[in-house]
Design a protein. Structure first.
Length: 131
């Protein structure tokens, strides 16, 4: 997928929200921080849209940033009619404590024109550790 914004137009068609389940840490020789969440997306446009991919920007303590792009949206390509809601629960793993998470979604509108949504940033308070 090409996410160059000059090639792929931005379409602000989703209201997104996140509920955080928290951060857990594995007690292995190389600790892993797992951020668990539930995302909710509502199509606020007047047209149906199909979600076909996603782009994560994951930031960690110490300045490390990972960008992950993948086809499908949580193993699906949902079609959202106006006002329809799509929800997903999942997690992301980090090698150091997370400091920021953004998600953008790729899709196509009812005329098969591709788009990318503006990035949705998880709230800053989502990254407090449980201890």
């Amino acid at each position: 997928m090409n996410t160059n914004p000059r090639i792929l137009p931005t379409l602000d068609c989703l209201d997104m929200g996140v509920t955080m389940s928290g951060i857990s840490i594995s007690r292995s020789p190389r600790p892993e921080y797992r951020l668990s969440f539930r995302l909710q997306m509502r199509n606020k446009s007047h047209h149906s849209i199909r979600l076909i991919g996603r782009k994560w920007v994951l930031r960690e303590r110490g300045g490390k940033t990972r960008i992950i792009e993948a086809a499908n949206v949580f193993n699906q390509q949902p079609v959202l009619t106006p006002e329809a809601v799509f929800c997903y629960g999942g997690s992301q793993c980090f090698s150091t404590p997370p400091t920021g998470v953004e998600i953008s979604l790729f899709g196509s509108d009812s005329r098969n024109r591709p788009f990318i949504t503006p990035p949705y940033s998880f709230p800053r308070g989502s990254f407090s550790l449980p201890w």
